[in-house]
Design a binder for this molecule. Structure first.
Ligand code: CDP
Ligand code: CDP
Length: 217
């Protein structure tokens, strides 16, 4: 098989986007961070709170650019850094639970993966977006390690946060994402679970590359 899709799902800060990006680079595949798409719609919602979700998604022009990672453009404006800020993180799970938002993004994501060659990370990729993906990974890590990782991420981005605040935020978001009515976060039956607690980025990347090479033979 010369072209495959790889689906990577799991809770917040499990390491999905970092590793998905590395895997995509190594295999010359396209990397898509679907969390950024939900974050972009959250920004549009916060800027237009009177507008219904149905109307909001109808007005959006969302572009993803692969450029040493992924840059996100909303109606022509680069919002890549803006969508990592606390107000977006606090509201994104609510926005992602809206049916109109999920239908809009899932359709877009399915178009992006139609010709294969994509590494896509999110919450419902292996279960809903590409249920026929050749390789599915379900990535987890302890909440303590995930909060510590996000603390470092935020500090590097100049975002103020504390360890306790991050444990609370991550736990609440995991709960909302796992219990929502439409395509909640769950492990696809045929996904391979990788616990990244205590594992380096290189180790996890190597493991997924080995699994992908098997599928590519
Ligand atoms: O990077 P982090 O784990 O903090 O989150 P993200 O991947 O940027 O995703 C932000 C939020 O978008 C998640 O907490 C989910 O509520 C939502 N999401 C989703 O519902 N489905 C996806 N495929 C991706 C993200
Ligand atoms: O995409 P997701 O929210 O699952 O996580 P991420 O943003 O890729 O990873 C969160 C942070 O953990 C990043 O700063 C990664 O560099 C770090 N990380 C790590 O320290 N060890 C790993 N095995 C994976 C990620």
């Amino acid at each position: 098989m010369n072209k495959i899709n790889i689906a990577i799902d799991g809770p917040a800060a499990a390491g999905k986007s970092t590793i998905a990006k590395r895997v995509a680079e190594a295999l010359r595949m396209v990397y898509v961070d679907t969390g950024a798409m939900y974050r972009a719609i959250t920004l549009a919602h916060l800027n237009n709170q009177e507008t219904s979700f149905k109307e909001l998604v109808g007005q959006l022009e969302l572009r993803l650019i692969n450029d040493d990672g992924q840059r996100v453009l909303l109606n022509g404006e680069d919002i890549t850094d803006r969508i990592r800020e606390n107000d977006i993180t606090e509201n994104v799970s609510f926005v992602a639970s809206q049916q109109e938002v999920r239908e809009f993004l899932v359709q877009l994501q399915q178009l992006m993966t139609r010709d294969k060659g994509v590494v896509m990370d999110g919450r419902d990729i292996g279960t809903t977006v590409i249920p026929d993906a050749e390789l599915k990974i379900y990535m987890i890590a302890s909440v303590e390690e995930r909060a510590n990782r996000r603390l470092l991420d935020n500090a590097a981005r100049g975002i103020v946060s504390t360890y306790d605040q991050l444990v609370a935020d991550i736990s609440e978001r995991d709960h909302l994402d796992m219990t929502r009515d439409i395509s909640p976060l769950s492990k696809a039956e045929d996904a391979i679970q990788i616990d990244t607690t205590g594992l380096t980025i290189d180790k996890v990347t190597e493991r997924i590359l080995a699994l992908a090479e098997e599928k590519l033979q």
